[in-house]
Write a protein that binds this ligand. Structure first.
Ligand code: HEC
Ligand code: HEC
Ligand code: HEC
Ligand code: HEC
Ligand code: HEC
Ligand code: HEC
Length: 426
């Protein structure tokens, strides 16, 4: 009797306690980490759409690797009453301002590379910059933890989703758990009441049979399902970080990096064609008639070239049967998008690395940029074209006029129509 009494008294209390504890753990989890997680996630998105075409947090690209950047600028010290961190914000907003302001670190930085950074004045607010810095200083923070996928490409291969989705899953399970616990409490209540002989007049319907609750549960279910379906569709066909095995272990790091072979020696149509070709194995044979061993795989991988082109290494003739080679295609825009290499490489003078990343350091090529519409448009909004000096633009008379009259001060790709739908869509 006492026990039962105790049970009855404490059961509710302890279950309520348990619920409270669980809820607060949940909230703590959600709140404590959430502020950072949300900002980190936004920072990551901002970084991907504004900076990733030139920067990687951990690897050098067109711009320097960004992790540790806050400490580097802090160490550069206060100048004209602004701390290193404030100068860093100035730099990211408009690097010209930091250079014109005479901040030595910025001046040295701007002289360090041939490429120039975009200007983000009016695009990014100070708090956006804080979020980006939070991301680049903690690139591995996220659902997969610091390990992530293997290999030198762990940053680009990481999943497209931020920590947001794990939070959703966590919240979902928390709701389910709370619901079950409430259910159990009610049921226990009734069992005890019945034992004590209290007739429960037509026990109230359990809460999960209540129509409102069912509707609400269905709604929540739909939202979750919808979120994941839409997410899956949006990322369908996009494969940033995609890095397939190739039939021959051809290394860009060795050829374009160590041996400094020009990209266009092999990808010769990038300058004047829509597509950039993959070289035929005959191009490889220009060198590999003589180079039959490599530093890493000895004769094994180069022997595969010989096999495909029908080269007999002992007689030094193409006397054997040939077999075509099928490289696995990495970059692939949907059919409804028009993209021309010549327009970017030749007319726009955009470097391969701006879009493809530091290929000359990759043993195995991976897709560096998202190739999303936002990625194209962002660059078109931010990139100034060398307008006045490039003959390619001589027919744009109105814009030349506007420039002369001072109606406009700069010409971006957007000015010449680079964000009109039909320019990119058939
Ligand atoms: C078009 C290419 C490009 C884009 C886009 C770009 N940067 Fe840069 N960034 C550079 C280059 C190149 C440098 C090296 C300085 C120079 O040569 O002007 C640089 C330098 C920097 C530096 C100084 C690095 C150091 O080690 O001190 C920071 C910080 C930086 N960028 C942040 C950003 C952020 C944040 C974004 C996105 C909002 C961004 N950049 C977008 C090309 C770019
Ligand atoms: C010696 C010849 C050679 C040189 C030099 C070379 N590449 Fe390649 N590239 C290839 C071959 C072969 C492939 C296909 C196999 C592979 O993906 O590794 C390829 C693939 C690529 C791809 C992926 C194509 C796809 O399927 O989407 C890109 C991007 C690329 N190269 C860019 C570059 C850049 C940028 C440079 C200069 C830094 C360069 N390449 C230098 C031979 C070369
Ligand atoms: C301009 C000259 C040149 C061209 C063109 C060239 N290579 Fe090479 N390749 C080299 C040199 C040099 C080495 C390294 C030899 C060494 O360091 O011992 C090499 C090494 C290799 C290796 C051995 C890698 C290793 O680590 O064992 C492979 C495989 C290879 N090349 C494949 C190709 C393929 C495929 C192509 C054509 C797409 C190609 N090469 C085009 C010069 C060239
Ligand atoms: C403005 C961004 C941009 C620049 C600059 C750029 N590429 Fe590409 N590259 C792309 C895109 C986008 C694709 C995918 C094209 C498609 O699917 O039709 C691609 C595809 C490729 C491919 C695969 C074959 C193809 O054309 O589909 C190779 C190889 C390649 N690029 C090499 C290069 C080389 C080498 C350079 C420098 C000379 C270069 N790219 C410059 C964006 C760029
Ligand atoms: C790194 C910056 C950059 C990226 C990324 C980029 N572009 Fe461009 N794009 C340029 C520049 C610079 C020009 C100007 C060259 C010119 O006038 O043709 C240009 C021009 C164009 C034009 C011609 C516009 C016109 O008015 O003549 C088309 C079409 C185009 N880009 C399509 C794309 C597509 C599609 C993508 C994404 C898959 C893309 N671009 C990504 C920099 C970029
Ligand atoms: C600078 C080039 C560019 C311009 C301008 C452009 N798009 Fe796109 N668009 C793309 C690329 C690249 C994709 C493929 C994105 C992907 O595969 O994720 C795309 C995809 C799409 C899709 C398919 C949905 C998706 O996300 O894959 C639609 C719809 C679309 N664009 C509509 C438009 C409309 C409407 C406009 C004009 C307001 C426009 N686009 C202007 C490059 C462009």
């Amino acid at each position: 009797m006492i026990l039962e009494y105790y049970f009855r008294k404490s059961k509710k209390a302890s279950l309520t306690n348990l619920l409270t504890v669980l809820l607060s753990i949940g909230l703590l989890f959600a709140n404590g980490a959430d502020v950072d997680k949300a900002k980190w996630g936004e920072g990551k998105t901002l970084f991907k759409s504004n900076c990733a075409s030139c920067h990687n947090p951990k690897a050098d690209g067109t711009g320097p690797a960004l992790s540790g950047v806050t400490a580097r600028w802090d160490a550069a010290g206060t100048f004209k009453g602004k701390t290193g961190n404030q100068w860093l914000h100035t730099w990211i907003t408009n690097w010209h301002d930091a250079v014109d302001g005479g901040y030595k670190y910025a001046v040295d930085m701007s002289n360090s590379r041939p490429a120039e950074m975009n200007v983000f004045k009016g695009v990014l607010k100070d708090e956006d910059i804080d979020k980006i810095l939070l991301y680049v200083e903690n690139p591995d923070f996220g659902p997969t933890g610091p390990t992530g996928p293997t290999g030198p490409t762990s940053t680009p291969t990481e999943a497209n989703e931020g920590p947001g989705s794990t939070l959703y899953i966590f919240a979902f399970f928390l709701i389910v758990l709370v619901a079950i616990l409430i259910g159990v409490t009610k049921k226990l209540d009734r069992i005890i009441d019945e034992k004590k002989g209290i007739v429960v007049a037509e026990a109230k319907k359990p809460f999960w049979k209540n129509a409102k609750v069912i509707v609400a549960a269905c709604l929540i279910g739909f939202v979750f399902l919808g979120y994941y379906t839409v997410d899956a569709f949006v990322h369908l066909g996009r494969q940033q970080g995609y890095q397939p095995e190739q039939p021959i272990k051809f290394s860009h790091a060795l050829h374009a990096g160590t041996h400094k072979i020009d990209c266009q020696y092999c990808h010769s149509t990038a300058n004047n064609g829509k597509h950039s070709n993959i070289p035929s194995l005959n191009t490889c044979m220009n060198c590999h008639k003589n180079v039959s061993k490599g530093p890493k795989y000895g004769p094994d991988e180069i022997a595969k070239i010989y096999e495909h082109v029908g080269w007999d290494a002992t007689t030094k003739t193409f006397s054997k049967p040939q077999q075509p080679i099928e490289w696995v295609r990495i970059h692939n825009l949907p059919d409804h998008v028009f993209f021309s290499h010549a327009q970017h490489v030749n007319a726009g003078k955009v470097k391969c690395q701006t879009c493809h990343g530091p290929v000359e350091t990759m043993d195995q090529v991976y897709q560096y940029a998202p190739l999303s519409m936002g990625w194209c448009i962002n660059c078109h909004r931010n990139t100034e074209v060398q307008f006045a000096s490039n003959n390619y633009y001589s027919t744009y008379e109105k814009i030349h006029d506007d420039l002369k009259k001072g109606n406009i001060s700069k010409v971006t790709v957007e000015t010449i129509g680079g964000t009109e739908c039909q320019k990119c869509h058939y």
